[in-house]
Design a protein around this ligand. Structure first.
Ligand code: CTP
Length: 417
């Protein structure tokens, strides 16, 4: 892909170096176009070295090449990070007073903008009006992350990590839009694997990376939802942008957190790999292999609560509102008699939830991978489940398709009531 990386004059411009690297390492051709003020933060030489291409900021350089027209026409994507309040305002007004803004006016490819500024500037009605204008015109304006800003301030306005911007930008370029259709809705998502302690140093765990759950959280938040994540063990990843994350360890802790938060949610998504069993006893001191403790040789296990089934039962009993839509995943391996899809459909029925994504798992398949594939199974009142095949795609693209179908399921629950 030919990607234009635009950079505006904010302190977060140093993170753009990682973004350029990320695209280059994926084999993309990158042209960096900083605004003149961005060069106060990172020099042109850095961007030239990282992108392998010349860096220009005004339309009056290399005039014979009519750069703003050529670059804008040839690009497959324009990704601007960071975008300052000033740049958002200039883009919303349709100005063309530097090479970057002129290029955006020419570009017909997807344009993805990642704003970064102080919280007050971000929340200012002028900035928000500019963001609305750009979104209405089909430009993807990402929600900023929350957290530490320059100095001691903290709040929304942080530039997301390079990997997060790149994942979301690639998702948009792949054709998965980020409409604001989840605005005003609350989504609870579990992610990662639970760990069941045996003693202070050992536990039973699983291979879940948490990537699919975090991608769902990130995409739901970008689509306007208020997102709470209950995370077990995950790979080392930045917290999903715009989501509140609570960490838990065991299945029982996760069940407790889900019970607390699900009554306020509109949608509950169980993406966590919950351990089905835990050791019957948890030793206070480390178990010794030569000692009297039989536990190390023969593990005695007891069943964990089925959290997904528990949320469905709570809805049946009226403990959580009937409008809440409940969804999960089905990690299956097929066998001689049944396919993974057969097992997934049986699980949808058994769990009683509204939506399941069924995927075939195994060593090196799905867990920890950045891509996923499978089937979306949506239960329908009095009819066979609707099955939609999802082709191999990034976990962000899969998250987008999952949220599209979940929104349909949410709509039909609201209609039923
Ligand atoms: N799940 C859950 N609580 C459990 C086990 C699973 O909430 N104790 C949820 C998972 O988060 C997932 C769905 O149930 O959304 C299916 O998980 P999976 O491991 O495929 O199924 P199990 O119910 O464990 O069934 P089995 O292992 O027999 O296939």
């Amino acid at each position: 892909m030919k990607i234009i990386v635009g950079v505006a004059g904010g302190i977060a411009a140093y993170k753009t170096c990682h973004l350029v690297r990320n695209f280059k390492e994926s084999g993309d051709e990158v042209r960096v176009i900083p605004t003149p003020s961005a060069l106060n933060f990172v020099g042109a030489a850095t961007f030239e070295a990282l992108s392998g291409n010349p860096v220009r900021t005004t339309v009056f350089e290399a005039v014979d090449e009519v750069q703003h027209v050529r670059l804008g026409q040839e690009a497959d994507a324009v990704v601007i990070a960071p975008a300052t309040a000033d740049l958002l305002s200039r883009l919303a007004a349709g100005r063309a007073d530097d090479l970057l803004s002129a290029t955006v006016l020419v570009a017909t490819c997807p344009v993805i903008v990642a704003p970064a500024m102080h919280t007050e500037m971000w929340l200012n009605p002028a900035t928000q009006a500019n963001v609305d204008t750009l979104r209405r015109r089909g430009i993807t304006v990402l929600e900023p992350a929350s957290g530490r800003l320059t100095g001691v301030d903290s709040g929304p306005g942080r530039l997301p990590e390079a990997e997060q911007i790149a994942d979301l930008a690639r998702m948009v370029v792949a054709g998965a839009a980020l409409p604001r259709d989840w605005e005003g809705k609350r989504v609870l998502i579990t992610a990662g694997g639970t760990q069941e302690n045996l003693d202070p140093v050992r536990y039973l765990g699983n291979r879940s990376s948490g990537r699919q759950g975090f991608a769902l959280a990130e995409v739901a938040a970008q689509r306007g939802a208020r997102v709470e994540v209950i995370a077990g063990a995950t790979e080392d990843m930045p917290a999903p942008i715009g989501a509140r994350v609570r960490r838990v360890v065991s299945a029982r802790e996760m069940a407790q957190a889900v019970a607390e938060w699900s009554p306020q949610a509109d949608a509950v998504i169980m993406a966590a790999a919950v351990a089905d069993f835990r050791p019957a006893a948890q030793a206070e001191a480390k178990l010794k292999k030569g000692g009297d403790d039989a536990a190390l040789g023969t593990l005695s296990l007891v069943e964990n609560p089925d959290i997904l089934r528990g949320v469905v039962r709570a809805r049946e009993r009226g403990e959580i509102p009937a409008r809440v839509v409940i969804a999960g995943f089905a990690a299956e391996t097929g066998d001689d008699t049944h396919s993974a899809l057969d097992y997934g459909l049986a699980k949808l029925e058994r769990k009683g939830c509204d939506l399941l994504m069924c995927n075939e798992v195994g060593v090196g398949k799905v867990f920890g991978e950045r891509r996923n594939r499978g089937w979306l199974l949506r239960s329908r009142e009095g009819q066979p489940a609707e099955v939609t095949e999802l082709q191999d795609a990034s976990k962000h693209v899969i998250a987008g398709a999952y949220l599209d179908t979940l929104n349909v399921a949410l709509g039909s629950r609201l209609l039923q009531r």
